[in-house]
Design a protein around this ligand. Structure first.
Ligand code: C2E
Ligand code: CA
Ligand code: CA
Ligand code: CA
Length: 278
């Protein structure tokens, strides 16, 4: 089952074009990966628009594959979802990210930690309890945890979403809607939902400088956020021009390669401490 000398790109291509057998091999390898500590969490900073000070981190999982090298979620999240392994992986990432954030907070770097949660993980009956258990176990202040749900998860069943979100929100955990703008949430729906942050989808951020349509979507999201008193994160910011427009339009935080790629914990820490001392 082991590939020799493969690289991540090759592996990715294989995983995009899989036979049932290859899918099974990938699933088994993924199971091993969880068991043998091959997963790692990278962190990407979110910075304040005005001065670049780091005000948050997003935890993004990577797979340190024994032969293929470092793999991005695109190469394995689909298989993880299909096999149900995403629940175990998600819990593992939540625990690792909370432990890291608690450790940083104890050492004078209290940055809110954002963790992505998949539909299968969120829809479990025990979701809120499992998060509370991880918070207790790691000692992380719940106010330093932010959970990112995609707009499609957040819109599926309003009653159920509120049930899952409220117990955590009562303790101070915040909730962000990821990839915002790609779904069809109405303003009236959003006024009733317990969310704290909109993350403007990269596709609109990418187009904001050239594309009239993207610009209008961004302006509309920012106006909605303002009316609802929510924070906004522009993700996928790659150019100074995009940043300038988003800043002028009043977005709260920026995240993207312009500042930093997702990196191992020590690199994030160095970046955040430098930013903070400015
Ligand atoms: P996402 O949550 O929308 O995360 C943002 C993605 O955009 C990340 O890709 C990040 O590396 C990338 N990105 C950030 N800044 C830029 C930029 O300036 N330019 C470009 N082109 N890309 C940028 P990544 O790490 O490959 O993750 C892809 C997706 O995998 C994530 O999208 C998220 O949906 C999923 N994912 C990652 N980690 C987890 C996890 O622990 N659990 C779950 N359920 N999903 C995860
Ligand atoms: Ca995210
Ligand atoms: Ca996103
Ligand atoms: Ca996305």
């Amino acid at each position: 089952a082991k590939r020799s000398g493969g690289n991540a790109a090759q592996f990715f291509e294989q995983s995009m074009n899989q036979s049932a057998f290859e899918r099974l091999v990938l699933e088994n390898e993924l199971r091993e990966a969880v068991r043998d500590d091959q997963l790692v969490v990278f962190y990407q900073p979110k910075v304040r628009m005005e001065d670049g000070v780091v005000e948050g981190a997003e935890a993004l999982v990577r797979w340190n594959h024994p032969t293929a090298g470092l793999l991005s979620p695109g190469a394995f999240i689909a298989a993880a979802e299909e096999s149900g392994l995403i629940v175990e992986i998600g819990d593992w990432v939540m625990r690792a990210a909370c432990r890291q954030a608690a450790d940083w907070a104890r050492n004078g770097l209290a940055v809110p930690m954002a963790v992505n949660v998949s539909a299968m993980q969120f829809e479990r009956e025990s979701f809120a309890d499992s998060v509370l258990e991880i918070l207790a176990e790691t000692g992380l202040d719940p106010r330093l945890l932010e959970i990112e749900l995609t707009e499609s998860i957040a819109m599926k069943d309003p009653e159920r979403v509120i049930e899952q979100v409220q117990p955590l929100r009562d303790r101070g955990v915040s909730f962000a809607i990821d990839d915002f703008g790609t779904g069809h949430s109405s303003l009236s729906y959003l006024t009733r939902m317990p969310f704290d942050v909109f993350k403007i989808d990269q596709s609109f951020v990418r187009g904001v400088a050239e594309d009239h349509h993207a610009r209008i979507v961004v302006e509309t999201i920012l106006a909605m956020a303002k009316a609802l008193k929510l924070k906004t994160v522009a993700e996928g910011v790659e150019t100074a021009e995009q940043l300038e427009i988003l800043r002028a339009e009043g977005a709260t935080l920026a995240q993207g390669y312009l500042f930093s790629r997702p990196t191992p914990a020590d690199e994030f820490e160095a970046f955040a401490r430098n930013g903070n001392s400015r």
